[in-house]
Design a protein around this ligand. Structure first.
Ligand code: AMP
Ligand code: MG
Length: 196
């Protein structure tokens, strides 16, 4: 049975850091797949974009097609090894929030866990200001809070269309990281028995 753990969190929440540390500690062997990378590869193949931050600005129809293609590729990978899927519950597009997992996409991926990494809006804002590599949208603390609220709601709908359990992990500045990594490791370790 495929074992997919979806890990989400808005930009700047510390998702990549927690994931990297948890992978060093788990006894399970996961293939890390970045949903955005796969969509970007498909978009480049189709000659649609040259930078990954352009993907969310493509037409909704095109993004939906790319999403479904990416989901098929991820399903194939998960049939061979456990997958840790780094992605987003919702994506902020110029016209509104787009679901990261429309019904047909979540049904293909059928994750065991939907992990949401959260932090306080002020912590997220600070981390975004320190990470200038990315072409990130500038948001206020209120907007960040609303986006996190929306992501929880979206995740409920994904659990309805899959067997996923929802796990919320908080990543706070003061000693939050260690605890957050421990919680993710507990989930990843569950894949060990599935390998047999
Ligand atoms: P990231 O590098 O994780 O910030 O993701 C980069 C980009 O990939 C996002 O801005 C979206 O355009 C796209 N992306 C990632 N996950 C999804 C998804 N589940 N559905 C649609 N687009 C996604
Ligand atoms: Mg990231």
């Amino acid at each position: 049975m495929p074992f997919v753990v979806v890990i989400t969190g808005i930009p700047g929440v510390g998702k990549s850091t927690i994931t990297r540390l948890a992978l060093q500690r788990t006894r399970a062997k996961f293939r890390v797949v970045n949903f955005g990378d796969i969509m970007f590869q498909e978009a480049v193949k189709a000659g649609l974009v040259s930078h990954r931050d352009e993907v969310r600005k493509l037409s909704l129809k095109v993004q939906r097609e790319l999403q479904l293609k990416a989901a098929q590729r991820i399903l194939e990978i998960s049939q061979k090894e456990p997958v840790l899927l780094d992605t987003h519950a919702t994506i902020k597009t110029p016209l509104g929030y787009m679901l990261g997992f429309p019904k047909e996409v979540i049904e293909v991926i059928n994750p065991r866990f939907m992990v949401i990494i959260e932090a306080n809006p002020s912590e997220i804002l600070g981390r975004r200001l320190r990470d200038l590599k990315r072409d990130r949208d500038v948001e206020t603390e209120d907007q960040i809070q609303r986006h996190q609220d929306l992501n929880r709601a979206a995740t409920i709908s994904y659990a309805m269309h899959s067997n996923a359990l929802i796990k919320i992990i908080e990543n706070h500045e003061d000693k939050g990281l260690e605890e957050a990594v421990n919680e993710l490791v507990k989930i990843l370790d569950l894949a060990v028995n599935e390998d047999a």
